[in-house]
Design a protein around this ligand. Structure first.
Ligand code: ARG
Length: 459
């Protein structure tokens, strides 16, 4: 059938079945249907305003598209692989319904600028939804941080006990990361929110179009100012996926910690059963599947970033079919990140903290050794000397299997006569925390200041 495709006029034979399926994108780009209709309606309104499309045609297009939208929402429109992609499926459906007016819709436009517009419209909406989800997870972390603003835990470097921190402070580190992730998305949105439509296939069009009007109708901040660039670059999608990758990496780090903390060897937290699974062979097992999957899925999103950036490499101007491959990685990036954020916000509400275990770990690790060194420095000893004194005291305590705070004052004074009985204020984990009382420090008072700041920012 010669008229099978909108473009088949110059062809002497139909494409092979294999090629038809290989080149079709309807299997995934049907997701753009609603934004495709939105874009078409704006384009039609602009053509009408510019005198290219009659009032009657615009009216028919509006009616036809409203019906098609209902059909799609009701799941009644059958997508045809013969019609290749979502754009041609909808256009054909429109023409079947309203006749010639449907055929006039594509005046002054190409699928190249149409698809670029659709992806931007779609991604803009998804960015907004994602930013909201980042906010929800941050709020969930803030609630837990608030409950544990003065719960002592060991802070680690090299995964060795380093200095006491509060669990609230530790969680706030992730709030900071997620806040930057959301900020990156919002920044990326500025570059997403520009209109390609009007670039047509690549060189613009001969009709008297008004691109600023179309942009205004679709809520774009600006138009793309070069037609070749407008239809061909997908840097905005790459940028989004890079931001999403970073967010997944942050969540992967948090996942790694949850997994570690939940290990019975550490025992700092428990995760509610609804986020865990058992083993089919080992009856005692309770596995942190959700954080493990998040850690695993981070690789998948980073993979999409590599796919998209490689997709652009070596593409000459302007549009090439390579760009059809932008959709699946982008869709899956959005789906993966959004479901991860959703489940994480819920999961953090299902975390039970075990403060005794955290405190015991602090005491086992000589976490207040730096505090003792700082104490001696404040009494006049140079830091390097005090480091040495404390190292000897730790060695002694370690030999006895006790904490520094368990050594009697007389014993401590053998290491330095500068040590007096106020030393015990800094040797306890609580004393250590309280002294780190500056912006960004782990003192409970500072943790509360940051929680309030974040809550204000998110409200
Ligand atoms: N399905 C195509 C895509 O996703 C639409 C644009 C096709 N343009 C073309 N000239 N073949 O990129």
């Amino acid at each position: 059938m010669q008229d099978q495709h909108a473009w088949s006029g110059r062809f002497s034979e139909p494409v092979s079945e294999l090629v038809k399926h290989y080149t079709a994108s309807i299997g995934f780009d049907y997701r753009l249907a609603e934004v495709d209709i939105e874009g078409s309606l704006a384009h039609a309104a602009m053509l009408n305003r510019s005198g290219v499309l009659s009032d009657a045609d615009l009216e028919s297009i509006r009616r036809g598209m409203a019906d098609i939208r209902d059909e799609i929402r009701a799941g009644k429109l059958e997508w045809s692989v013969d019609l290749e992609d979502v754009h041609m499926n909808i256009e054909r459906r429109l023409t079947d319904r309203i006749g010639d007016a449907g055929k006039r819709l594509h005046t002054g436009r190409s699928r190249n600028d149409q698809v670029a517009t659709d992806i931007r419209l779609w991604l803009r909406g998804e960015i907004d939804a994602t930013v909201h989800l980042f906010g929800e997870l941050q709020k969930s972390l803030l609630d837990l941080a608030e409950q544990h603003a003065d719960t002592v835990m060991p802070g680690f470097t090299h995964l060795q006990v380093a200095q006491p921190v509060t669990f609230g402070h530790h969680l706030l580190a992730y709030v900071e990361m997620l806040a930057r992730d959301a900020e990156r998305m919002q920044d990326c949105r500025k570059r997403v929110n520009r209109l390609p439509l009007g670039a047509a296939a690549l060189a613009g069009t001969t009709y008297p179009i008004d691109r600023h009007y179309t942009a205004q109708l679709l809520g774009f901040d600006d138009v793309c100012h070069n037609s070749l660039d407008a239809v061909s670059d997908r840097d905005f999608a790459i940028e989004f996926t890079a931001a999403a990758s970073l967010a997944m990496i942050h969540l992967s780090r948090l996942s790694e910690e949850l997994i570690l903390w939940m290990s019975p060897r550490v025992g700092f937290i428990d995760i509610a059963d609804r986020f865990c699974t058992g083993s089919s062979i080992m009856p005692q097992k309770k596995n942190p599947d959700v954080p493990e999957l998040v850690r695993g899925k981070s690789g998948r999103v980073v993979g999409h970033l590599i796919a998209l950036i490689t997709l652009m490499k070596a593409q000459p101007l302007a549009y090439n079919k390579d760009n059809q491959e932008d959709k699946e990685p982008l869709f899956d990036t959005v789906d993966t990140l959004q479901t991860t954020l959703r489940i994480y916000a819920d999961m953090m509400r299902g975390v039970t903290v075990k403060p005794e275990a955290m405190r015991a770990a602090v005491l086992q690790g000589y976490a207040t050794a730096t505090d003792l060194a700082d104490y001696l420095v404040k009494k006049g000893l140079p830091f390097r000397d005090s480091h040495e004194v404390v190292a000897l005291a730790v060695r002694h305590a370690e030999g006895l299997g006790v904490d520094l705070a368990d050594l009697p004052l007389a014993k401590l004074r053998e290491f330095s006569a500068l040590i007096e009985d106020d030393v015990f204020d800094v040797l306890t984990p609580e004393g250590s925390l309280a002294q780190r009382d500056h912006v960004g420090g782990t003192a409970p008072a500072q943790v509360k200041v940051q929680i309030a700041r974040h809550r204000g920012r998110l409200s």
